[in-house]
Ligand binder design. Structure first.
Ligand code: SAM
Length: 328
């Protein structure tokens, strides 16, 4: 088992998109009430006095949509300024990014993942739940702004849904040829989207690699990051292609992360919701940060056993939280 030193922090469970595969329109979502969200101060206390002492040094801010969190630039500044922070990154849908990109970069965020499931505005709007026209263009501007500001690596996350955007795999892969952009294909997971998954199924990374290799050839490569992605490169391309194959391959042995939800639940494995601990309530009840360190250490020690090995072993029935609630 790898050393677990990477924490994905959900800053907020709300999102301004309703992606088909993540938090579809009409799904019954109970948003966390504001008073249940970890405050900036609580989050900083947990990072400094609990997570860093037990060995976490790499942090990714996600959500929901992290750019919806009020004061996000200042929060980034404070986390980036901690001397123990070795790596800080963010996953965003990019919709609010253009005006914030420079401020985030100056605050200390230098690498970013932006979700982009389609290059076709109509398909994109269908995927994000028909939230209004012009959203693709605004996301594209966000990506361009992040590129101009100098985010590096700049990664584009793509979830491939059969019959929805799988016809665009080659076009999306081609983005890496002339620009130092890194496209990562993520296998579609059945979390909070049972109907769509049942109807459409998913496409393996191996299938995607086959079609990309048939077009251009494909070499193994590398890129800075913390993820379990397998990295390849189209020969001569400036950027890379990553494949995250959590459905077709078990990479528990490479897992180096835990997830903290916006309401303070620490989850040891994305697909295991039985072993979580509620750090926010403990903190508010006055439990000492030494005791919380102890609880996190205990969870770290059992992580290899409760990691997702069998898809059904980590849940009591269906998954009760969507990716946007967990902090994807
Ligand atoms: N709102 C931000 C965004 O769109 O990137 C951050 C949160 S989102 C939950 C983080 C990542 O999870 C996105 O790249 C999204 O595509 C991915 N994701 C969400 N649901 C998924 C699912 N069912 N299967 C695979 N990936 C999923």
């Amino acid at each position: 088992m790898n050393q677990v030193d990477y924490l994905r922090i959900s800053l907020i469970d709300r999102c301004n998109f309703r992606c088909l595969y993540c938090m579809p329109e009409g799904a019954e979502l109970d948003y966390i009430l504001k008073q249940q969200l970890l405050t900036d101060q609580e989050l900083l206390t947990l990072i400094q006095e609990v997570f860093i002492p037990v060995g976490f040094t790499r942090f990714r801010l996600t959500g929901g949509e992290p750019l919806l969190r009020p004061g996000v630039v200042e929060l980034v500044r404070q986390i980036a300024a901690l001397p123990q922070t070795q790596d800080l990154s963010m996953t965003t849908n990019g919709f609010l990014l253009a005006p914030l990109a420079q401020g985030l970069y100056d605050a200390g965020l230098h690498r970013i993942n932006i979700s982009l499931d389609s290059l076709q505005p109509d398909t994109f709007e269908q995927i994000i739940g028909n939230q209004g026209r012009g959203r693709w263009q605004q996301v594209w501007q966000g990506i361009q702004a992040a590129y101009a500001v100098g985010f590096d690596p700049l990664k584009l996350n793509v979830v491939v849904i059969p019959g929805v955007n799988d016809h665009e795999v080659l076009d999306l892969a081609a983005l890496t040829i002339n620009k130092n952009w890194h496209v990562r294909f993520i296998e579609f997971m059945p979390i909070g989207n049972g109907e769509l998954f049942g109807e459409r199924g998913w496409i393996t990374s191996a299938q995607l690699r086959q079609s990309i290799a048939a077009q251009w050839g494909l070499n193994e490569s590398q890129i800075r990051g913390n993820g379990p992605a397998d990295i390849f490169k189209i020969p001569g391309a400036k950027g890379t292609l990553g494949f995250i194959s959590q459905m077709s391959e078990c990479f528990c042995d490479r897992c180096n992360r835990m997830r903290l939800s916006a309401d303070g639940w620490l989850r040891p494995c994305l697909l295991n919701e039985t072993g979580q601990i509620d750090l926010k309530t403990s903190l508010r009840q006055g439990v000492s940060t030494q005791e919380l360190q102890h609880q996190v250490r205990k969870l770290l020690a059992i992580k290899p056993e409760i990691n997702f090995q069998q898809r059904d072993s980590g849940t009591l029935g269906t998954y009760s939280r969507t990716m946007s609630q967990i902090g994807g």
